[in-house]
Design a protein around this ligand. Structure first.
Ligand code: NAG
Ligand code: NAG
Ligand code: NAG
Ligand code: NAG
Ligand code: NAG
Ligand code: NAG
Ligand code: NAG
Ligand code: NAG
Ligand code: NAG
Ligand code: NAG
Ligand code: NAG
Ligand code: NAG
Length: 686
């Protein structure tokens, strides 16, 4: 071994050794805490003193240790560090000595939540010379301790007092005690009145006990120097919100108003927000579906963002068509469970002037025509989850900078390159079209490839929830699994050129046959089902309980009728269990499966015939399955309700056969016809 090699070797060993020593030292620093980046997590370690920490630690989490008395000594080993955050949550703190934090002149955030015997006075003494700006005293049993005089927390601008059973805030004492405060969180307390705290800009009063009568914004009729910009009144007991009109001018800086989860609000009156001169965001999430929106409720020209989610369906009426006329600056509109069916012809009138719209969401709105979107040239986010959309004119999307599109749970059979302009397909950042009834034919090939190439832009349930509904051979397969035969999807002309005239003729003949088969596919399917049904019907074994008394097959557009008339009578009055497609189908299951399986476990099948029913391929599938059951179990297993008379129009053979096989019950438009109808229906269901 040459000298040179020896030296190199030794140096390697030595430096490796040095590294090891350093690493061990590093491991010992912090123990038993975990140092991650700038944070030392010492929570729940049963320690009474903070150990030596890395020199670049700035945050210490000491929560869930028992530190009955907090002293300077606890921090002895870290006194030279530049600590900005200390969390002492749930440490059973009962005493705080006045020098506890003296070593941390840069302390900004102090979290003392969960200490039920917190000595408020001592805390104020310990912070006299420390410029703490964020103070968290959640769940600390404060109750009315804030009413005693304490040394002001001069620098605190953000205070959290969640879950403290506070019933009253003495406004003057409070503003003297926290002279710099502008963000206050009073969530989950017992306040019954709105506390008039003039210096606060952001006030969270969610989960208190404030009733309408407890809301007063003007002090003794005069306009206070109110700085409120954001007010959260979620989860209170508000019923009447007209105070925003009568005293709205006293909230002259208010921009954001949150009224979520106030189930007792029954009316949004005309002009209720129009005296809030700066209002731009109103949130009404999880309010009652019985809420009555007056036509001028949203007369607030400054309004930019509106969100409304009702717990049950809220059916808009003609008086609502102009409800957005006075807020033309809206750029974000989110509606959930708000139903537009009764004004479906007026959507253009309702929305098309909202040209600044960027983020538009209507979930479960029963809308099918979306041509009103055409004027929203800056639309970036479009979410139309669970509606009845079948298609649209691609021109309505022409110049839009769309980044996010959600069209899940609609009636869209095919997406292709022309569904959206190319720039939208290219620039999308998020896309979802799950649970649509996809038609897996050559028309869908482009979309299949697009999905595959853009997987990173899709929701997690790709590919499971992109499922073929027809044709038969791909039914229940995912769109990804759809693989047409090699020549099936080549344009006929190019196939002719490539393969030659002879083969071309053959292809032509095949195409013709395919066309005929395609045209007559329902007829053929029907025949096949009839043949299959000659075998014993696959019914439940004897003694097996039916899950439902009746399976209701209806067209989506007759849903309102089913919900308003059929359900109240059969379910509410007669306590029968009904299976409705949209309500009882297992999410994620293939629709055709759901139909077949649910019919099997239903004692009877009710078919609601209407013009739409006769034209819908889905409904025809349901009718065929029902007819199949008649052949197996007799005519009494199926009940037909004639919602609209379709006897004198051309209908599918299956429907004709059904009409011959089963006596139908007619729904009359006269109220006086109803008792007879319901009695017949009940008889038929026996
Ligand atoms: C803190 O110091 C340790 C070594 O002492 C170093 O590994 C780590 O990157 C530093 N972290 C930051 C956020 O500076
Ligand atoms: C480390 O902390 C710094 C300062 O708080 C932060 O900017 C950075 O993102 C953190 N790094 C990691 C990996 O968490
Ligand atoms: C906490 O540590 C003390 C000694 O410092 C010990 O007596 C006690 O049993 C420990 N408690 C738990 C829960 O580990
Ligand atoms: C304060 O500490 C409690 C308990 O450890 C924790 O739940 C809460 O999130 C903390 N709050 C902040 C603002 O860090
Ligand atoms: C802390 O309190 C003691 C008496 O309890 C007092 O002598 C001392 O001056 C106080 N220190 C500070 C910094 O307030
Ligand atoms: C704390 O605030 C006071 C002014 O109120 C200031 O003079 C002092 O320098 C601040 N201390 C630190 C450490 O920032
Ligand atoms: C509300 O505060 C109480 C204590 O006042 C607490 O027990 C409860 O868990 C809190 N509820 C929520 C939802 O935070
Ligand atoms: C409001 O008026 C009442 C009686 O008229 C008076 O006692 C009270 O001090 C007034 N409050 C304010 C904030 O002026
Ligand atoms: C809307 O509110 C403004 C401001 O209060 C009012 O002047 C206007 O008359 C209202 N518009 C309608 C149509 O009532
Ligand atoms: C919706 O329109 C139907 C008739 O098309 C009517 O029977 C129903 O009462 C209307 N609903 C509401 C809430 O106006
Ligand atoms: C809604 O549209 C229908 C059909 O275009 C029209 O007759 C009706 O007047 C419109 N209603 C309103 C309130 O504009
Ligand atoms: C759309 O956005 C552009 C750029 O932000 C803006 O200039 C234009 O006025 C907006 N159009 C509408 C109708 O608001």
């Amino acid at each position: 071994m040459s000298f040179h090699t020896f030296v190199t070797f030794t140096v390697i060993i030595l430096s490796a050794d040095a590294l090891l020593v350093k690493q061990t030292a590093q491991e010992h620093v912090c123990f038993p805490c975990d140092c991650l980046n700038v944070t030392a997590d010492c929570s729940n370690r049963n320690i009474t003193k903070v150990p030596v920490l890395r020199s670049n630690i700035t945050q210490i989490i000491l929560s869930q240790n028992t530190l009955t008395t907090v002293t300077r000594n606890i921090f002895e080993k870290v006194k030279t560090l530049d600590i900005t955050t200390i969390k002492l949550g749930y440490c059973k703190v009962m005493h705080i000595s006045n020098d506890s934090f003296l070593d941390f002149q840069r302390l900004k955030h102090l979290n003392m939540s969960g200490n039920w015997k917190l000595p408020f006075m001592e805390l104020s003494q310990a912070l006299v010379n420390i410029n703490v700006t964020h103070l968290n005293l959640d769940d600390a049993g404060i109750g009315n301790k804030l009413d005693v005089v304490f040394i002001p927390f001069k620098h605190v601008n953000m205070l959290s007092l969640r879950g403290n059973m506070i019933e009253n805030l003495h406004a003057t004492l409070f503003s003297n005690g926290f002279p710099s405060l502008n963000i206050l969180d009073l969530t989950n307390n017992s306040l019954q009145t709105f506390p008039a705290l003039n210096q606060i800009e952001k006030l969270n009063l969610a989960k208190n006990k404030i009733e309408s009568t407890g809301l007063r914004f003007c002090v003794n009729g005069s306009v206070p120097k109110n700085r409120l910009v954001e007010l959260d009144l979620s989860w209170n007991f508000l019923s009447d919100i007209s105070v925003f009109n009568s005293e709205g001018h006293c909230l002259s800086k208010l921009q954001t108003l949150i009224l979520n989860n106030n189930y007792h609000i029954i009316q949004i009156p005309d002009n209720v927000f129009s005296r809030l001169p700066r209002i731009n965001k109103i949130l009404f999430r999880y309010v009652s579906g019985r809420i009555d929106i007056d036509p001028l409720a949203f007369n607030a020209s400054t309004l930019l963002e509106l969100r409304l989610t009702t717990s049950e369906q809220l059916i808009l009426r003609p008086k609502h068509v102009n409800m957005f006329k006075q807020c033309p600056n809206l750029h974000t509109l989110h509606f959930t469970n708000v139903v537009f069916k009764n004004i479906s012809d007026n959507l253009t009138d309702m929305f098309s002037h909202l040209v600044k719209m960027k983020d538009f969401k209507i979930k479960r709105g029963i809308i099918w025509d979306i041509s009103f979107l055409s004027t929203m040239e800056n639309l970036t986010i479009l979410e139309l989850f669970d509606n009845y959309i079948k298609g649209w004119n691609p021109e309505i999307f022409m110049t839009k900078p769309l980044k996010k599109i959600i069209l899940s749970e609609n009636q869209i059979a095919v997406f292709d390159q022309n569904s959206f302009p190319q720039h939208i397909w290219d620039n999308l950042e998020y896309f979802s079209a799950t649970s649509n009834p996809f038609e897996c034919t050559c028309k869908l090939l482009w979309f299949k490839d697009w999905l595959n190439d853009n997987r990173n832009k899709l929701s997690k349930n790709y590919p499971e929830l992109y499922i073929c509904l027809y044709p038969h051979e791909w039914k229940e397969k995912t769109v990804v699994q759809y693989e047409p035969d090699q020549y099936e999807c080549q344009p006929a002309v190019s196939a002719l050129l490539v393969i030659g005239i002879g083969l071309g003729c053959l292809a032509g003949v095949l195409l013709l046959i395919a066309f005929i088969v395609y045209k007559g596919r329902y007829h053929i399917k029907h025949r096949m089902l009839l043949v299959r049904s000659l075998q014993p019907y696959d019914r439940l074994p004897d003694g097996e309980e039916f899950v439902y008394d009746a399976f209701v097959a209806h067209h989506v557009d007759n849903r309102v009728w089913v919900i308003n008339h059929l359900l109240p009578f059969l379910e509410k009055q007669r306590k029968l269990r009904l299976c409705l497609d949209e309500r009882d189908f297992l999410p994620g299951n293939f629709i055709a499966d759901n139909i077949v399986n649910n019919m099997k476990v239903s004692r009877k099948v009710i078919l609601v015939f209407s013009e739409d029913f006769a034209d819908s391929e889905w409904c025809l599938f349901e009718a065929t399955t029902a007819y199949n059951r008649i052949l197996a179990e007799g005519a009494s297993s199926v009940v037909i309700i004639m919602l609209e008379d379709i006897r004198h129009r051309p209908v599918d053979n299956t429907i004709r056969n059904l009409l011959h096989a089963v006596a139908y019950i007619e729904w009359g438009s006269e109220r006086s016809d109803r008792p007879v109808f319901f009695r017949k229906l009940l008889d038929a269901l026996q």
